[in-house]
Design a protein around this ligand. Structure first.
Ligand SMILES: [Zn+2]
Length: 286
């Protein structure tokens, strides 16, 4: 209840409505989900559809290239999902039913295998997820190895989408890159980062025939070097989890996006999708 209260109150103030009608009106908002339940996303779609106009990420990129961002519908919104969780396949009928495009950013070394996402692997209390994220990549992998995890280890169960599922969703979903194994890029050596960024694009293009032009930085973390590596690998743009809206002149390698907790209720969804939440957090210096 306490977790929900600020969102209920904020929504009641009407500020999210004002944000939509003023700040978001002529901007493109991008929202992010991960491993989301289809029933929950159906509620989200029904809530967002009357308030926003869904476009695809490629619509925005094309408009940037053509200089026609101001011709996009008012309150344009793009749905994205990171990682390529196997539950994403269940979203297909909903995206079709509501005719909403989406972009899913895939970890090319994990989809279509029984390899696991490293942060879902159980480790001892000493090595929480945030601690592991702050370690140099090789060091992190050494720790995970002590707990029975390796990036190429095949487990008994699957966490990510299959190739057949990805291909089956191609009509509604634009698939893009989320690196190979989801390292925290600034914690990688130059060689590791270059390989993760370039190889993922190559894998997805060769194995699936996609044209990959966008990189989603794992965990939203990147450095100047990673931007350069993405450019060098041939990406057109890259996407962060920095709050804000996108316009005709947003840095293409630092596109802004609002992450929404997979279990958020409708109040939290609307407050976060409108950008109010991040704005308030910035105001209180968090
Ligand atoms: Zn991710």
């Amino acid at each position: 209840m306490l977790r929900k209260l600020p969102f209920v109150l904020l929504r009641l103030t009407g500020v999210p409505f004002l944000f939509r009608e003023v700040l978001q009106k002529n901007k493109v908002s991008i929202i992010l989900f991960h491993d989301i339940d289809p029933d929950i996303i159906e509620t989200y779609l029904r809530t967002l559809i009357p308030r926003y106009n869904f476009i695809s990420l490629q619509d925005y990129i094309s408009a940037r290239e053509a200089g026609t961002v101001d011709e996009l519908p008012p309150r344009s919104m793009i749905i994205t999902l990171d990682d390529g969780h196997k539950s994403n396949y269940e979203l297909k009928p909903l995206l079709e039913k509501y005719k909403v495009p989406a972009t899913i950013f895939l970890c090319s070394g994990i989809v279509d295998t029984n390899r696991h996402f490293w942060w879902k692997h159980e480790t001892g209390g000493e090595y929480g997820r945030e601690h592991l994220k702050s370690m140099p990549n090789q060091e992190k992998l050494e720790v995970l190895k002590q707990f029975g995890f390796e990036v190429t280890k095949e487990f008994g169960d699957r966490q990510a989408l299959l190739k057949s599922e990805i291909e089956d969703m191609e009509d509604m979903v634009d698939f893009q890159s989320h690196t190979v194994f989801h390292p925290i890029l600034p914690m990688c050596t130059d060689e590791e980062a270059e390989w993760e960024i370039a190889q993922s694009k190559k894998d997805l293009e060769e194995k699936y025939g996609f044209s990959i032009n966008t990189l989603s930085y794992p965990n939203g973390d990147y450095s100047k070097r990673d931007i350069e590596l993405a450019r060098k690998a041939g990406y057109t743009c890259a996407i962060t989890i920095e709050p804000g809206f996108n316009s005709a002149d947003t840095d293409l390698f630092r596109l802004k996006r609002a992450p929404i907790r997979d279990g958020a209720d409708v109040n939290e969804l609307l407050v976060k999708a409108s950008g109010v939440w991040w704005y308030l957090r910035k105001m209180v210096g968090q």
